[in-house]
Structure formats: C-alpha cells, structure tokens
Write a protein that binds this ligand. Structure first.
Ligand code: ADP
Ligand code: ASP
Ligand code: MG
Length: 409
C-alpha cells in the first residue's frame, strides 16, 4: 500500500463528465489499497475568466483582492470531485489551501509555500478517506488568501507529496508525459520515458508549461518521486523525473527544446561607457520587481555603448516608463523596445560531454534565415532570442536538426 498524491489539471476536470472520469481513476487506485491525496486545478479556462473579470472592475487589480477572486476556481472543483467520489462509493473530503493550512509568504499572486499542516490530512487518510485539496492556493500568516502563480497546482501537488512523504506524486494532464518539445507545435515530438530533474528544471523555467518551475524545484529539494501522465489514457507509464543520469543508457545529447513567447527586448542606445551603467539601468527595473532575463552590453566605442536586455512581455509598459526616466537621468541617446520577441532553448545534460551543439544550433537557424538577437548559455542549455514570428519554424527545424524525432535505441 502506497501513499500517492495525484494532481489533475484544468483540462482533466474541464466538465462534469471529466470530473466523473477522474473520480473513476481515483477509485481504481483506492481499490488497490493506496492512500490518496488528490489535488485539482480550476476547470479549464476558469482562472483566465476570473482574471479577466477582475480586470473589468479594476484595470490593475489589487493583488490581495485578485487572489481572493482567482482562488475560487479551485474551490468549485474540489467540491465537485468529492461529490463524484462519493457517488463512486468512496469517502472523500475536500479542503481549500487555507483549510489544510498551506502556509505561504505574503507575495500575492506568486506566493511561496512555507509550511504545510499534515495532521488533518493524515487523520482522514487513516480513516480510509480520499483527501481532495484545492491547488494553487494557500494562506499567509495574517490569514490572507494567497495564490502560487499560474500553473501553481503542480506545486501544491509536489509540496503535499513532500510534506506527507508520499511514495509518488503523479501529475495527470492532457498529454501522456513530457515530450521532446510541445507536441502542439511539433507533432513529431516524442514522449520521454525519463528526464533528469536538472533537465526538467531547465525545460520548465525556459517555458515548457507542462510543469510549473517551482514544482520541479520543490521535487528536487525534497526528493519527491515525480511522474507526468495522461488523465485520458488508462495505459502508460508517463514520464518519470529522475534524479540520476542513467549511466548505463546512451544519453541523447539534447533531450528537449523549450520555448517562451512572452519576451520583450529593450536596447538603451548611446549610454556613457563607464563603471556602473548596468546598475544604473537595471537597478530601477529590479526595484520595480521586474524580472530581467538575458543581458548584453556591447563593446564601447567613442566613450559610449549600447545595452540590451529582455523582460517578460507583460512588463513591457512598466519597463518602458522606467527606462524613459533612466534615459534622461543617464543622458542616453535612445531607448528601443520590441515586445514581440521569443526565446528558444535546447536543453540536455549530454551537452556537458559534447562540443559543437551551439554551432549546430546557429547553423540550423541561419539556414532558415532566422536572425539571432541574443544568446545565453549554461552548462546544459543554449538559449537564443529571436523574432516571435519565426518561433514555430525555429522549434521545428531545431527538433529535426538534433534528431529528436528519431527513436533512440
Ligand atoms: P494542466 O492544465 O494539466 O496543468 P498544462 O496546460 O499546464 O496542463 O500543461 C500541459 C501542456 O503543456 C500540454 O498540453 C502541452 O501543450 C504543453 N507542453 C509544453 N511543452 C511540453 C513538453 N515538452 N511536453 C509535454 N507537454 C508540453
Ligand atoms: N488554475 C490555476 C491556473 O490556471 C492553477 C493551475 O491550473 O495549476 O494557473
Ligand atoms: Mg499546468
């Protein structure tokens, strides 16, 4: 008998029929004698609807109140799933994040989990009850409702699994595992049976939304056995996130391609080339809590230089306003912004022992006439920033160039 945490995403609980199907799946695992904690997302589209609703009332919603609104989607699905489980003859009890007491910090809309009370869940489990928990939400020390960032139900699932020392955390979604890239963009993408935790962390943080980045971080920190599976198929082992590279197996050099459309780029032209410019430009941006990703400072000429960096597209307006102030203050010539950028990354632990990956990537993009605007690398990934209109083409040609469509024997 195992203790399993199962998490079902929005599409998997998208209508009453699907919720009943989830209940049947949970019932099967229950009948096998497992103890089950089930985390659910809001029904698909619901969180977007709630965000839009809030914006109709307040253009820039107050973060505390926004969390009050957007956390409600999950409350509906926990109740419905518990009812569906009861209809299957199973004892089930639902809890919101605050009811469990998933304690978080107070960073509304992107709160971090600090502590989880497991007593209540354990008591229910010991009574043979299935515990159904709302994903994506918690409560801060002062009793305010918080949410964990978009896609945050994955993190709830993994965090509960860590707190309860579960045998496995199963993330059920609308694909049957982690693929070499998003199968919606490249139909030839292949499902991976395993992916290392390090690679999954890179893939997630570089834009593969199949798992929220924080859920992978959590799994790494607390050594949670994590698996991604389909909620629509009965068969299949999904993808296991492993902690060790399988040394027996020949590693592919590249395991996957991640991408992110939501990038914007700024270039500050003609800034005086002297110590402290990076700080003077990026300091105010950081103070406004805007994440800066790639940064390039050009070689200076005649005492001045250009400075480029990327930010999330949603921050474009705020960053523009800040940079106009910086420009005046520093006496820079011009600020240029482009909000239609995208980032494509190739990821693989095999890169550590192979050379020539970057040149293969750049050649492939050049052959398609795709201009690379920025580059950044780490030990196991290479990312490039390109014009968004070439994104899908870039992902497809790179997928082919790195032979990710070929079955590894
Ligand atoms: P859920 O609602 O279940 O949380 P998400 O939409 O958050 O589901 O994540 C699943 C989606 O992630 C898939 O439908 C797929 O389009 C996308 N995705 C992006 N990259 C990958 C990848 N490498 N492997 C599998 N799915 C991916
Ligand atoms: N419902 C939330 C969202 O849409 C959390 C989740 O689905 O993981 O982002
Ligand atoms: Mg998700």
């Amino acid at each position: 008998m195992a203790l399993i945490v199962q998490k079902y995403g929005g599409t998997s609980v998208g209508n009453p029929e699907r919720i009943k199907n989830v209940a049947k799946r949970v019932a099967r695992a229950h009948a096998q004698g497992h103890k089950l904690v089930v985390v659910v997302s809001a029904m698909s589209g619901e969180t977007n609807r709630l965000v839009a609703l809030a914006k109709e009332v307040q253009a820039n919603p107050d973060p505390r109140e926004l969390d009050v609104v957007i956390s409600t989607g999950e409350q509906v699905t926990i109740g419905l799933l518990s009812m569906a489980l009861q209809a299957e003859g199973i004892k089930a009890r639902s809890y919101t994040g605050p009811q469990v007491r998933i304690l978080t910090d107070s960073s509304f809309t992107k709160a971090r989990i600090l502590k989880i009370d497991e007593d209540r869940m354990r008591r229910d489990l010991d009574e043979g009850c299935v515990v159904v928990v709302a994903g994506f939400q918690g409560v801060d020390d002062a009793g305010n409702i918080t949410t964990l960032g978009r896609g945050g139900s994955d993190t709830t699932g993994v965090a509960l699994a860590a707190a309860l020392h579960a045998d496995e955390c199963q993330i059920y979604t609308d694909v049957d595992g982690v693929y070499t890239t998003d199968p919606r963009i490249v139909p030839e993408a292949r499902k991976l049976d395993r992916i290392t935790f390090e690679e999954m962390l890179e893939m997630a943080s570089l834009g593969s939304k199949v798992l929220q980045t924080r859920s992978v971080e959590f799994a790494g920190k607390y050594k949670v056995r994590l698996r991604v599976l389909s909620s629509f198929q009965d068969e299949g082992e999904g993808t296991l996130i492993t902690f060790e590279e399988d040394i027996k197996m020949e590693q592919p050099i590249i395991s996957g391609i991640a991408f992110n459309r939501d990038e914007a780029k700024f270039t500050v032209l003609g800034v005086p080339d002297r110590p402290g410019i990076a700080y003077q430009i990026l300091g105010p941006v950081a103070e406004a809590n805007i994440d800066v990703d790639m940064i390039i400072q050009n070689v200076g000429q005649d005492g001045s230089t250009d400075f480029s960096f990327t930010v999330p597209r949603g921050e474009y307006e705020r960053a523009t306003a800040i940079l106009e102030g910086v420009k005046t203050h520093m006496g820079a010539r011009e600020v240029r912004g482009d909000r239609t950028m995208a980032k494509v990354s190739v990821v693989g632990v095999g890169m550590r022992s192979h050379v020539g990956i970057a040149s293969r990537m750049f050649r492939t993009l050049a052959e398609e006439g795709i201009n690379i605007q920025m580059i950044s690398t780490s030990e196991i990934k290479i990312s490039v920033v390109i014009d968004e209109k070439y994104l899908e083409l870039a992902v497809r040609v790179l997928h082919k160039a790195f032979e990710l469509d070929q079955v590894v024997s």
